[in-house]
Design a protein around this ligand. Structure first.
Ligand SMILES: Cc1cc2nc3c(=O)[nH]c(=O)nc-3n(C[C@H](O)[C@H](O)[C@H](O)COP(=O)(O)OP(=O)(O)OC[C@H]3O[C@@H](n4cnc5c(N)ncnc54)[C@H](O)[C@@H]3O)c2cc1C
Length: 422
């Protein structure tokens, strides 16, 4: 009898677990995902800034699985888990499992600020990145037509809340967009009226990284004209005004939210199994509860058993990938009656690109910056892309874009049904 493994979420964790078990005749695997494609979050900000196409960093699941003999795809969104009956309920039907793996990742955390949740622009997935792209381009068009100085502020100011790697990378790219593109292609816009703010509640940018990375990002972004406000947080966002904790008010139609994440809700998992950041508590084998055959992996999992990471692992791609590979081995060992291997995280470091030809890289015990770091960043971000063609296409696009400074995909596209017959 084949064991039916249902994996919810085809991100880094889900996909790497599938790769560990693909073509193993002892398992039948069903991936459940609300999208029909895998995507690569670290490059989403380049989609939002019209630098690359969404298709450069996304790959259809069915195309990938056509090469695997034991993997099916079920498009649907998780509604509830019924651990008593080993059933997963989705909005497109119910499925029975022998093992259930929850790898749904996280969603934006607005810290219970209703207005911010309603009006700010998050950037966690492809849809949000495309929405943000349209928003930025539409605002530029409106700014080009606008004659009112007060309105110019609102249209041309951009506030990014969150000075982690995503906020820093986005700020660098938007600043360069202003320098290389807006100046040339939007001559009607008075750029002296534009302000790009990067805000963080902590005393530094890139707080999880080295002091070198923090100082370099601050200096480079300041030189690019980014106004960095530290030790302040967003308190409210109404009537196109961002209210900060120090009393500052910034007029803007564009508050980009890169400020934090929270685990996705999984109804059916007992309350006592939900830990800090709404992450699901798991043991050293990523099991939620021994007898229920439910596992959690990646960003949504909170594992407090790894001695070097007593507060849980960082919510990074590497943690998700390594946990998935370990669970893959353990599911095989379980079939063979062998002892399970506890998970330990191998920290491979972190990096962020700050501007063209300039990045910061922290490796265990060693940090560097500048052009070499930038090349390292490019190389490291090409490798995990799914599909050989995607890797080649992105490399070629990047090569052309870094030479020309001008991507030509700044198209405002609204998907809409055409109601007039041709
Ligand atoms: C903008 C951004 C930039 C980042 N940059 C970096 C970086 O440079 N380096 C790094 O290491 N990490 C980075 N991260 C973090 C990294 O992307 C995550 O740690 C990693 O994606 C976690 O993998 P995961 O498989 O747990 O979840 P995810 O990759 O988030 O995958 C979750 C999957 O679940 C699916 N899903 C969600 N809800 C449902 C539902 N209800 N039903 C069915 N399916 C569902 C989603 O469609 C998705 O396919 C970044 C994240 C973001 C958002």
């Amino acid at each position: 009898m084949k064991k039916h493994i249902i994996i919810v979420g085809g991100g880094f964790a889900g996909l790497n677990l599938i790769k560990s078990l693909k073509n193993d005749k002892r398992f039948l695997i069903t991936l459940v995902d609300k999208n029909n494609y895998h995507f690569f979050p670290p490059l989403i900000y380049q989609v939002a800034t019209s630098f690359i196409q969404a298709s450069n960093i996304s790959y259809p699941f069915r195309r990938l699985f056509s090469r695997y003999k034991n993997v099916n795809f079920h498009m649907g969104s998780l509604l509830r888990v019924d651990p008593e009956n080993n059933v997963l309920e989705t909005d497109t039907g119910n499925l029975r499992y022998d093992y259930l793996v929850l790898a749904l990742g996280t969603e934006s955390n607005f810290f219970e600020m209703e207005n911010v949740q309603k009006c700010a622009l998050p950037m966690k997935n492809i849809q949000e990145a495309l929405y943000l792209r349209n928003h930025i381009l539409l605002n530029l068009e409106q700014a080009a037509r606008n004659k009112d100085i007060k309105m110019a502020e609102r249209l041309q100011n951009i506030v990014i809340a969150g000075g982690g790697p995503t906020g820093v990378e986005l700020a660098g790219m938007l600043a360069e967009m202003g320098k290389y593109i807006a100046q040339k292609e939007y001559p009607e816009i008075k750029l002296s009226l534009s302000n790009l703010y990067l805000i963080d509640a902590l005393p530094t940018l890139l707080s999880p990284m080295s002091t070198m990375a923090q100082k370099t990002s601050y200096k480079t972004l300041t030189e690019l004209g980014v106004k960095i406000l530290l030790n302040v947080s967003v308190k409210d966002y109404t009537d196109n005004k961002v209210f900060l904790s120090d009393g500052t008010v910034i007029e803007t139609e564009t508050l980009i939210w890169t400020s934090g994440v929270i685990g996705r809700e999984v109804p059916g998992i007992p309350k006592e199994k939900i830990g800090k950041g709404r992450r699901i508590l798991v043991d050293e084998y990523n099991r939620v509860e021994e007898h229920t055959y439910i596992y959690a992996l990646g960003d949504i999992a909170l594992q407090l058993t790894d001695k070097l990471f007593p507060n849980g692992h960082p919510q990074l791609a590497q943690a998700a990938i390594q946990q998935a590979k370990n669970l893959g081995k353990n599911l095989i060992r379980l079939q063979e009656g062998k002892e399970l291997i506890p998970f330990t995280y191998n920290d491979k470091g972190s990096m962020a690109i700050i501007s063209k030809f300039n990045a910061v890289v922290d490796l265990p015990g060693f940090s560097f910056k500048g052009f070499l770091a930038w090349l390292t960043w490019l190389f490291i971000h090409i490798i995990p892309l799914v599909g050989f063609r995607s890797k080649i296409r992105l490399s070629l696009d990047w090569f052309r874009l870094f030479i020309t400074n001008n991507p030509s995909i700044r198209l405002i596209l609204y998907p809409k049904k055409n109601t007039t017959k041709p």
